[in-house]
Design a protein around this ligand. Structure first.
Ligand code: SF4
Ligand code: SF4
Ligand code: SF4
Length: 567
């Protein structure tokens, strides 16, 4: 890249060759209005809002698609550019129902902002638009065609970010409508509810069912944190108001997923209606009854001092909590373990970044089902497939990735994949706990061209194993068990505890909690603060989004208090 010198609105600007006029202007702090443009999407050049005048060039130019050139002189708010923008806006407001005062986006809508910016204080043209349908067939968000300006951001997001290709346009001209698949209700479509389209929509056409009318941008609080619904650790922007979760957005320029989220991170946790554990409880006369923190911790500490203990954790918590858990069991006669299985170490190759999937020419998926459990990895693989990479799935059972894979083979046919790998230049092996030693051995020969991404069912598995925790089952010999974690809710676990004294530290009421001798309330994902180690091995910050309910204490603090009582 070389430097390019140009003038924008009389200001000398130094840009890089290959940049667009819009990019150069933005870098120089000059605001050119846009509607169809979105920084996470490829430039489209369709809405005509970003038209600028370039000296010596006939006609106005779309600054989002026009490259900079040395000596260029650009006027972003010339009379001609402003006149066209006003005309475009007048047409957009005439085409569909944009009575802003009734729209949930009013105050935060990019189209409305544009109307204010260019002084549109009345409707210029008649508005003979039809009343268009509203599609509420999806659980988490709604499509109101009446507010759609056909900017195609949603269509591009679905193709470019989620690589799902659910959305498209039907009909032509003023009859154009966004459609899902071959015009089926959105709820019956191939949509995977990643919410990328919802997040990029500039108007009130795509409506988040939970946060709509819940507060304008000026009323809400944003907290950046790390998703802990799976091991990938995507960066989240959690939107709250009045101590209530409103919405979860992706953060476009963040690691590891670049803003792409999945339904498990964006939507599902906001609809979790399980009953919380909000006070310590101790079993008395066969019943669990509420008890003070001091008394309850005293009982647990005394118990830990006698007999043998086993601590079993699920790793849906912070590194700090997992480390304190390990430390606690180093102080007593007992051991600590992890309830979830962990992917085997490959023993060769280099760990990949999630983005390495996009550069590979062959992605091999073995013993893993990312589209079910680490969905963003699955979407990245789809994206790579769309860019021309080959996808090979090695499995003896069903795998959703097979639908778009170039080959799906059984373990007995692994040779077919290793032959393809020998011809490839960059191979990423994506595997999980189902990896078989035959595949592990077969890929050893690939040397430097192989990188791997080890997926594990545990959410903060890397944090847990780095702290020394290894997979374990109830050992049957302990006189007391201490089960920790939001997910330690498997009722079958209770049977394996042989009636031994059981302490459960959990966030939600479950059969395990109901069968325990002592219950310690724990925070949920948005109440925790600390760190987690994501799939790439990066230690990411987990910020507390909302305060814990009264009666709940941070799990690391509780474990540290127990350590103190053991001294
Ligand atoms: S639904 Fe939103 S993002 Fe999609 S075309 Fe309409 S206005 Fe644009
Ligand atoms: S939610 Fe995701 S998959 Fe569904 S239509 Fe929107 S971008 Fe496509
Ligand atoms: S892929 Fe995992 S980390 Fe990313 S949003 Fe989904 S659940 Fe959260």
């Amino acid at each position: 890249m070389s430097e390019v010198q140009l003038t924008i609105d009389g200001q000398k600007v130094v840009a890089q060759s290959g940049q667009t006029i819009l990019e150069a202007a933005q870098a120089a702090g000059i605001d050119i209005p846009t509607l169809c443009h979105h920084p996470a999407l490829t430039a489209w050049g369709a809405c005509r809002m970003c038209l600028v005048e370039v000296k010596g060039v006939r006609g106005l130019q779309a600054s989002c698609t026009s490259p900079v050139a040395d000596g260029m002189e650009v006027q972003t708010e010339s009379d001609a550019a402003v006149e066209v923008r006003k005309f475009v806006l007048e047409l957009l407001f005439a085409e569909r129902n944009h009575y802003c005062m009734f729209c949930q986006m009013s105050g935060d809508c990019e189209l409305q902002d544009m109307a204010y910016r260019y002084g549109l204080d009345h409707f210029t043209y008649p508005r003979p638009y039809d009343k268009l349908p509203l599609d509420a067939s999806r659980k988490y968000f709604i499509m109101d065609h009446n507010r759609c300006i056909l900017c195609m951001r949603c269509v591009r997001a679905c193709s470019e970010i989620a690589a799902n290709h659910t959305l498209n346009v039907r009909e032509r001209g003023s009859k154009s409508m966004i459609m899902a698949d071959l015009n089926v209700p959105f709820g019956d479509s191939t949509c995977v509810e990643c919410g990328s389209c919802l997040q990029v929509c500039p108007t009130g056409a795509l409506i988040d069912a939970r946060s709509a009318y819940g507060g304008r941008e000026k009323d809400v609080t944003h907290t950046e944190t790390t998703c802990m619904q799976c091991s990938i650790g995507c960066t989240l922007d959690v939107v709250t108001r009045y101590n209530r979760l409103l919405r979860v957005d992706g953060v476009w320029d963040s690691e590891p997923s670049g803003g792409l989220l999945c339904v498990d991170g964006r939507f599902k946790p906001l609809y979790d209606n399980r009953k919380r554990v909000t006070a310590p409880m101790v079993r008395r006369d066969g019943k669990l009854v509420e008890s003070g923190w001091d008394e309850t911790l005293g009982i647990v500490a005394e118990q830990l001092k006698s007999g043998t203990s086993q601590g079993l954790a699920t790793c849906a918590t912070t590194n700090e909590t997992l480390d304190t858990f390990t430390k606690l069991f180093s102080k007593v006669d007992g051991e600590a373990g992890l309830l979830e299985p962990v992917s085997p170490a490959l023993g060769y190759g280099t760990a990949a970044k999630l983005s390495d999937i996009l550069d590979a020419d062959l992605i091999v998926v073995a013993g893993a089902q990312p589209l079910d459990y680490q969905r963003v990895v699955g979407y990245f693989i789809h994206r790579a497939g769309g860019n021309g990479a080959q996808i090979a799935v090695i499995t003896d059972s069903e795998n959703k990735l097979s639908e778009r894979a170039d080959m799906t083979v059984s373990y007995g046919d692994t040779d077919r994949v290793t032959r393809a790998a020998a011809d490839a230049e960059k191979v990423v092996l994506v595997y999980s706990v189902g990896l078989k030693s035959k595949v592990q051995a077969a890929f050893r020969e690939l040397g430097d061209k192989l990188t791997y991404l080890a997926l594990s069912p545990g959410r903060n598995q890397k944090g847990a194993t780095a702290g020394g925790l290894r997979t374990a089952e109830p050992n049957g010999a302990a006189t007391q068990y201490f089960l920790m974690g939001e997910q330690a809710e498997d009722p079958a676990l209770l049977e394996k505890l042989n009636g031994a004294f059981t302490v459960v530290q959990a966030s939600y009421v479950s059969p395990l909690v109901e069968g325990a001798d002592v219950v310690l309330p724990a925070p949920v994902w948005y109440e925790r603060a600390g760190h987690m180690t994501n799939i790439e091995g990066d230690v990411k910050v987990v910020n507390q989004v909302l305060p814990m309910p009264e009666g709940v204490r941070d799990d690391a603090v509780v474990l540290a208090a127990l350590i103190d009582l053991l001294q």
